[in-house]
Design a protein around this ligand. Structure first.
Ligand code: FES
Length: 497
């Protein structure tokens, strides 16, 4: 059997998502060996795969770039030493293969001599049989050598092995590719894998992990001192090392909100941009030596001025480096929003505490994802969707329902996702009334709107439903989905007033 490829690498080679490969495995079109596939089987599923035939992958990269404002997706070559080591490794494999071919030819010569010996001592019918056998072997050998390994997927795999390294995390069995000059931590975060970390700058030691196999290289200085005992065990800091070869790590992955510690960070205002009407996009940045650790969809408490506080959902993804985005509406009589709109300036300090909340993606669920964002509920939903895209979720539906057109701020985001991804469906609807006060006739109208969405999506009762927005609208929407038969364990709710 030829070399086995992980699904992450195989998906990259033929330019499809991991989910697409998983689907083929489920229906028996692609054979997998403990979650791995061979190049031959991959090619028989995707016979037309070409070096440049990675349209879907490119689309996903583009959408991620757009989603993350190009802050995290820069395409750069690996460090020169890393590149040299990977080329050396590939040269070693090539030299081994050449030696094997040489040995194979020697063996063939010996076999030929043996045949000649037998022929010379045999009767005529055995000689004829031997001649036929030799002709058959000759034909088979030349046919094999002709086709050799000259296929585009194998060539691309060679290039991919130079440009990237694969990392497998134990015991969770997550895997991801390290590209460019990314550290192991950065690459994991881009892939949506919540490894343990704190500062991301080599100070806290929280990203310490053990290298089980493979070669890593320190690319960033760290002040945190790893003890001799840990060094002897193969421990490294994920935020200071990259992968030279394919690597297996033993590292802790957050399994849920209970694994994320409470943090207090003094962030600075990077920008306050008007969105629509009375909404702004508050962009905070944590200090160089600190990153907020959270799961997509969670909230934090912000403190400005003397002590004006608000609990707000984070509208960005944990993979977005030191950037924290918030969608803030000005509410009459709300001192926090008054302060932000009237007095908060660029570079002012905002205290961030948290994270809190359990509105997170249920990653292991194989079901389609339906998101309903009512007014400002788009903030946590945007964060969860970006995370779902990192994990290459199979099917995502986003419905934005606004009290008015103005409440559907940033409509271009949903449209851009839908334009770029085949598996993304986007729609927006105006309710025509204040979603913070849904009762009587309004409740009927909202139920009608939801009914018409369900009528055109037969699979919705087999899906996971994520609802976020004002409490009043959510109470109606949640009850609606429970009434049509969804169990409470598949309807997730985040109140954003
Ligand atoms: S995250 Fe703090 S040392 Fe790596």
């Amino acid at each position: 059997m030829s070399d086995l490829l992980s699904l992450t690498r195989a998906a990259r080679l033929v330019g499809v998502t991991r989910a697409a490969l998983q689907k083929k495995i489920q229906v028996g079109e692609l054979i997998s060996y403990d979650g791995m596939v061979t190049i031959e089987n991959l090619l028989s599923c995707y016979p037309d795969a070409q070096l440049e035939d990675n349209v879907e992958f490119k689309r996903i990269s583009q959408i991620k770039e757009r989603a993350f404002g190009k802050r995290v997706f820069e395409y750069v070559l690996p460090d020169a030493e890393v590149l040299a080591a990977r080329i050396a490794e590939l040269s070693k494999t090539l030299a081994n293969s050449q030696e094997q071919v040489k040995q194979f030819n020697v063996l063939l010569d010996k076999l030929w001599n043996k045949f000649s010996e037998i022929e010379s001592q045999s009767k005529s019918e055995v000689r004829t049989a031997m001649e036929n056998l030799k002709a058959w072997i000759k034909q088979e050998v030349s046919a094999t050598l002709e086709s050799g390994y000259n296929n585009s997927v194998a060539i691309k795999d060679g290039v991919l092995r130079i440009m990237t390294a694969q990392v497998t995390v134990l015991p969770s069995k997550h895997d991801f590719l390290v590209e460019g000059q990314d550290t192991l931590l950065e690459a994991a975060m881009r892939a949506g894998i919540p490894l343990n970390y704190g500062c991301s700058g080599g100070n806290c030691g929280l990203c310490k992990a053990k290298v089980v196999s493979g070669q890593v290289k320190k690319t960033r200085h760290h002040d945190f001192a790893i003890s001799e005992a840990d060094k002897n065990q193969g421990c490294i800091l994920l935020c200071s090392n990259t992968a030279v070869s394919d690597v297996v790590l033993e590292a802790a992955v957050a399994g849920g909100v209970q694994d994320i510690p409470f943090q207090q960070i003094s962030a600075k205002v990077k920008a306050i941009d008007a969105l629509a009407g009375d909404m702004v996009l508050l962009h905070l940045q944590t200090p160089r030596s600190e990153r907020l650790r959270f799961l997509a969809g969670q909230s934090v408490t912000l403190r400005v001025g003397q002590s004006f506080t608000a609990e707000l959902p984070i509208a960005s993804c944990p993979c977005d480096d030191r950037n924290l985005l918030f969608h803030l509406r000005r509410l009459p009589g709300n001192l926090f929003s008054d302060y932000v709109f009237e007095r908060l300036n660029q570079n002012d300090v905002v205290e961030v505490e948290g994270p809190q909340g359990e509105f997170i993606l249920h990653e292991k669920s194989p079901r389609p994802l339906y998101f309903f964002a009512f007014d400002g509920g788009f903030a946590p939903i945007k964060s969860v969707i970006e995370h779902a895209m990192s994990l290459e979720a199979e099917s995502i539906h986003l419905y934005r329902i606004g009290s008015s057109q103005e409440h559907i701020y940033l409509p271009n985001v949903g449209r851009a996702w839908a334009d770029a991804l085949d598996n993304f469906h986007y729609e927006q609807q105006v309710a025509g009334f204040d979603l913070r006060a849904v009762n009587g006739k309004r409740e009927e109208k909202l139920n009608e709107q939801l009914s018409s969405i369900v009528a055109s999506n037969a699979e919705i009762t087999q899906s996971d439903i994520y609802l976020a927005g004002p409490e009043s609208a959510l109470a109606v929407a949640e009850q609606f989905f429970l009434d049509i038969g969804l169990p409470k364990t598949r309807v997730f709710v985040a109140i954003v007033n």
